[in-house]
Design a protein around this ligand. Structure first.
Ligand code: NAD
Length: 367
């Protein structure tokens, strides 16, 4: 499918296909918006069924980053990168170095970081060729590195706010939570939920990830095809996107959905499907913004761990405002969140931000 006909195309400013013959890098970098600043968003390494699938993913993810950064109050627009790989293909440093060169060639319009399938070590390779990268290995306890613990913290705090709103629960103690995907974020989330006395049901395609979560937190494991339909108060999708759709929503037994995965709704009408079933959905790009806040603060510099923690602790406040507006207007929380994000985005035009991108005025480079 051509770019401009793709249903996920949403006036993206640019989409770059990247190929490097020497390393074998095949990647797509999508810049959705630079209205609020340089487009920031992580890099996902994944085996896609086709190039069209990869394009669809990067278009959806980069738009989500514009909304996420806007509502998190960060001076960044939205972008994303996908690196295409084959099943079982081992990672190579050369691929990430070539990606660094491609990111650098965009002159700071796009800033990359980790996402699914990518680690701080990979970002260090990217960083050998560009300064427009964040999520680099920690140096002397400074803010930064793997963002997933911060993402998990934001999700746990947001889940408490959603449980308060929907279930009238003062805490997560005794509540049943199903977590789909116990990788970077899901594992840290399970730790926080276990500390809060939640009863955990988990699943993962990766046997090692599943085993360590069961062993460390006493979680009950169920097969991947069963996790969404558990008899629980809260469902936390922490694997991939599009898990909430016309096929799955009718079978959900939870009353709240609050998880880290990006783009949990497959299509726009899925928001109404959840709403009509009386399931409270915590908009994913709001509840999972702890990671990008960490990445942004590392990139901009001058932030302490305490200030970062304070910023992540404001996520429930933002969610509560969205839930309030949803209750007042009778519209799904995710629709309300989209409108709020669009208001922020449209308050600045791309032209407004170009000078700051060029001058680096709002950036403190990570070099
Ligand atoms: P990850 O790759 O470390 O973990 C994902 C886990 O999900 C893996 O263990 C994988 O085996 C498992 N999985 C995949 N498909 C599954 C399925 N159908 N059923 C059960 N398990 C399945 O990724 P992550 O960094 O933990 O990110 C998880 C999600 O959160 C992604 O959607 C990501 O985009 C989003 N997110 C992550 C961060 C972050 O800080 N890492 C920030 C914001 C959003």
């Amino acid at each position: 499918m051509h770019l401009f006909d793709n249903p996920a195309f949403d006036d993206h400013e640019a989409v770059h296909h990247v190929f490097d013959k020497t390393s074998g890098l095949r990647a797509i970098i999508a810049i959705h918006s630079t209205a609020l600043g340089p487009a920031a968003g992580g890099c996902r390494r994944w085996h896609y069924g086709s190039e069209a699938e990869a394009l669809n993913d990067v278009l959806r993810l980069s738009r989500g980053m514009s909304y996420k950064n806007a509502l998190a109050g960060l001076p960044f627009g939205g972008g994303k990168c996908v690196v295409l790989c084959e099943p079982g293909e081992t990672k190579s440093a050369e691929v990430f170095q070539a990606l660094g060169a491609a990111v650098d060639s965009l002159g700071g319009r796009y800033i990359t970081g980790e996402d699914v399938g990518v680690s701080t070590r990979d970002m260090a390779q990217v960083g050998t060729r560009t300064k427009f990268v964040s999520g680099l290995p920690h140096v002397n306890g400074a803010v930064g590195g793997d963002p997933s613990p911060w993402t998990a913290l934001g999700v746990a705090l947001g889940m408490e706010a959603a449980a308060r709103r929907k279930l009238g629960a003062g805490s997560l103690e005794g509540l049943r939570v199903a977590v789909q995907g116990v990788g970077h974020v899901g594992f840290h989330l399970c730790r926080l939920l276990a500390e809060r006395g939640a009863r955990l049901v988990v699943s993962d395609l990766n046997a090692d990830n599943l085993r360590r979560t069961v062993q460390q937190f006493g979680a009950r494991a169920v097969p991947p095809e069963a996790i969404l339909f558990q008899d629980v108060e809260i469902l936390a999708p922490c694997a991939l996107g599009a898990v909430l759709n016309a096929r799955t929503i009718p079978g959900l037994k939870c009353r709240v959905v609050a998880g880290s995965a990006n783009n949990q709704l497959e299509t726009a009408p899925d928001a109404m499907r959840l709403h009509e079933r009386g399931i409270l959905f915590a908009p994913d790009y709001v509840i999972n913004s702890g990671g990008v806040i960490c990445i942004a603060r590392e990139y901009l510099g001058g932030c302490t761990r305490q200030r970062l923690a304070d910023e992540v602790h404001r996520i429930p406040q933002r969610l509560t405002a969205i839930f309030d507006e949803s209750a007042r207007t009778g519209r799904p929380a995710s629709v309300v969140a989209d409108e709020m994000a669009e208001m922020v985005l449209h308050s600045r035009s791309p032209a407004d931000s170009s000078s700051s991108v060029q001058s680096g005025g709002m950036l403190n480079s990570a070099a």
